[in-house]
Design a protein around this ligand. Structure first.
Ligand code: HEC
Length: 115
């Protein structure tokens, strides 16, 4: 019974926003501030002003990421999770993020407009 209540609670928290609910976006900002900010500019995350890699503004509209890969949600998640598997030796390190964390970050990045 307790398990059932937990499932119902999780379902309610998830809402029906397709994963773009506020809590998820807030979690993404926190992850970006700690793991990406030093190297990337990310609109909506004030500390993310890094210039080691490209700005991630408008990434949803970009066709190729990291100069090699067609920009699909799956590819973006894979890149965030395992940049060194996808392009060994590139300057973006493995951050040890879980698949779910990478998905959360990608969801946020896809909300960003060009700027
Ligand atoms: C130590 C610096 C560093 C950190 C930390 C870092 N990146 Fe990167 N990132 C890079 C560099 C450098 C590139 C360019 C790689 C290339 O094109 O070969 C890059 C490329 C990217 C790209 C492709 C951008 C484009 O325009 O093609 C995305 C998306 C990205 N990073 C997301 C992230 C996210 C999300 C995080 C945090 C989880 C993160 N990065 C953390 C350095 C970093």
């Amino acid at each position: 019974m307790r398990g059932l209540i937990a499932i119902v609670a999780v379902a309610a928290l998830g809402g029906c926003g397709g994963g773009t609910d506020r809590a998820r976006l807030a979690e993404a900002r926190t992850l970006i501030a700690s793991d990406c900010a030093a190297c990337h500019q990310v609109p909506g995350v004030s500390s993310a002003k890094g210039r080691v890699g490209p700005s991630l503004a408008g990434i949803a509209h970009q066709q190729i990421i990291a100069g090699h890969f067609a920009n699909t949600p799956e590819t973006l998640v894979n890149w965030i999770e395992h940049p060194q598997h996808m392009l060994p030796g590139n300057a973006m390190p493995e951050m040890g993020l879980s698949h779910e964390q990478a998905r959360t970050i990608a969801t946020y990045l896809y909300t960003l407009e060009d700027r």
